[in-house]
Design a protein around this ligand. Structure first.
Ligand code: AMP
Length: 541
């Protein structure tokens, strides 16, 4: 017997429609160069509808991919809701990637239109000539008077965002369609080779937004003013724009102003109550507060994830009256998989340990530890590979074979244990990547460049601990017999081949690199020996 309840697809347009209709007092605040912009959810929905009308007029069809190269701003929020709401797919591209990777992503996604901040005009100039087959239009997030002069292929039209939407009435009805329709496409760094696209659906996004709003998760409320510092080009800003719309929280968007002083000023000026970002961001804010002696008057919670949150941050923010909630997840899990919130009996030492851990999985997600082909115990001591399964976990990557096994478990590339109460503790990463200030660096790419140096016989790049960036790449090389090379020679080969921030911080020259039984480089041994190499060193300053 079927239940007698109504059914409607879970669509992203429901979120903005709800916020516009039921939360008239909430505001979207955006920090722009020289001014603060404010608008309501009602205005946001109206402008998103104007944008959807404009894109329809320009021929963007259901399922087409539309890219963004944007800071966190009211316009980026409008793009999220308009593009997904009309049934197209918003491809958020990380502007910090190398131009080659950005061009690769826009080509692989076959983006028809790219919306870009004025700051990213040089990126457009570099990539557009190679995208002439698929790219029809570039829209700069500005007024007509601010449009930059670029030399682009004649097939690519350049427009200003405000002109584009001003031509429309906003009389647009959000279409209804299958909730499993793709809504957003976000590329993540691969261990080897090119970035891989994670393709979210309307259903996965709405379910995650609802889960994120649970009290033991981000716990957003209508009276909150949430500031996502995590960029909207990193896994949908951890779903906060969707979650804020679902509960009617106001949003404060810091734009390109991400240094500690600017963030603190915005938190205070706009009475931000909850914020979210990687540890590096909060270290920057703390450093500024230590210089100025500033205090928080409204902020009560920080959601920290993307890298392990150092204990010192919990203590420093706790002393300032701010609770840290530590979260774990990845692009492939939309991203929030687990969050650290207290459980009954958490009043002794376990409370401290649990708070620092990566937390327990949210309802909607399940986790297991795999060790030598079997599921390991949750005894807090047996480490293995984490696998995830759930409503907002990917099955695979866009235009690639599936990644999940027959039972739907997704291998995360993260290693650790789970205690008997269900708290996840990450200890290592099996994916060969380094995470520096929230951005990925492929160690294999750096090794391949190093071995092209005539003096190098073998190279390994490991994640060395860093006080500010959490991890930085450290190059370890063995030289050919009789060959010589200096630190500067070896680092010099990266110029122009990778983004500046991906160049290793230092080089260690060894006689020989360690190998396992199958001849593979033993990176665990190198990590054990050199992980602290940058701590207290000149390079770390
Ligand atoms: P991304 O796909 O860029 O969001 O990166 C996801 C990866 O970042 C995870 O697979 C982990 O390796 C790492 N990560 C995310 N959150 C945490 C955390 N709280 N502690 C340690 N590592 C984390």
């Amino acid at each position: 017997m079927r239940g007698l309840m109504q059914h409607a697809p879970l669509l992203i347009s429901d979120l903005i429609r709800h916020a516009a209709r039921h939360h008239p007092r909430a505001e979207i605040v955006a920090k722009l160069p020289g001014r603060i912009h404010r608008q309501s959810y009602r205005e946001t929905e109206h402008r998103a509808k104007q944008l959807a009308q404009a894109l329809t007029r320009l021929g963007v069809a259901f399922g087409d991919r539309v890219a963004t190269l944007g800071w966190n701003s009211h316009r980026h929020v409008e793009l999220y809701f308009a593009i997904s709401g009309m049934g197209a797919v918003v491809n958020t591209i990380n502007p910090r990637l190398a131009h080659d990777d950005i061009g690769y992503i826009a080509g692989h996604a076959e983006d028809r239109v790219i919306f870009a901040e004025l700051d990213f005009a040089p990126i457009i100039q570099a990539i557009a000539p190679n995208l002439a087959d698929t790219l029809n239009m570039v829209v700069f997030l500005c007024d007509a008077a601010e449009l930059p002069a670029l030399d682009l292929p004649s097939s690519v039209t350049v427009l200003a965002y405000e002109t584009l939407i001003a031509a429309e009435t906003g009389a647009y009805d959000w279409p209804s369609f299958d909730e499993n329709t793709a809504s957003a496409l976000c590329y993540t760094s691969g261990t080897t080779g090119k970035p891989k696209g994670v393709l979210y659906s309307h259903r996965s996004t709405v379910l995650q937004a609802m889960a994120v709003n649970a009290a033991d998760s981000c716990g957003l409320r209508a009276v909150d003013r949430v500031m996502p510092v995590v960029p909207m080009f990193h896994v949908n800003a951890w779903s906060l724009p969707y979650a804020a719309a679902a509960c009617g929280a106001s949003m404060v968007l810091p734009g390109r102003f991400l240094d500690g002083a600017s963030l603190y000023e915005l938190i205070e000026a706009e009475h931000v109550t909850v914020s979210a970002g990687v540890p590096t961001v909060w270290l920057g804010v703390l450093e500024n507060l230590r210089k100025t002696g500033g205090k928080f008057t409204s902020l009560y919670r920080l959601l920290i994830g993307g890298s392990a949150c150092p204990e010192a941050l919990f203590e420093a923010y706790g002393a300032l009256g701010v609770e840290i909630r530590h979260a774990w997840g990845m692009s492939e899990s939309s991203p929030v998989a687990s969050m650290a919130a207290p459980v009954p009996g958490d009043d002794g030492p376990s409370a401290h340990r649990h708070r620092l851990s990566q937390g327990r999985v949210l309802f909607g997600i399940d986790i297991r530890i795999m060790r030598e082909g079997a599921e390991a115990e949750w005894d807090g001591a047996t480490a293995g590979d984490f696998e995830l399964r759930g409503h907002w976990v990917a099955t695979g990557y866009y235009r690639m074979p599936p990644s999940v096994n027959a039972e739907g478990w997704f291998p995360t590339g993260d290693v650790g244990m789970i205690d008997p109460v269900g708290f996840v503790q990450l200890t290592d990463r099996s994916k060969d990547l380094i995470k520096s200030g929230g951005e990925w660096i492929s160690s294999i790419d750096l090794e391949n460049i190093a071995v092209a140096h005539p003096a190098v016989v073998e190279a390994a790049v490991i994640a060395a601990k860093h006080p500010k960036w959490d991890e930085r790449p450290l190059l370890i090389v063995a030289l050919r017999p009789g060959a010589t090379a200096t630190r500067d020679d070896l680092l010099g080969i990266y110029a122009g081949k990778v983004a500046k921030w991906a160049v290793p911080d230092d080089v260690v020259i060894v006689d020989e690199l360690p190998h396992g039984a199958t001849g593979k480089l033993l990176k665990t041994a190198l990590r054990a020996k050199f992980a602290d190499h940058l701590l207290g060193s000149k390079a770390a300053e």
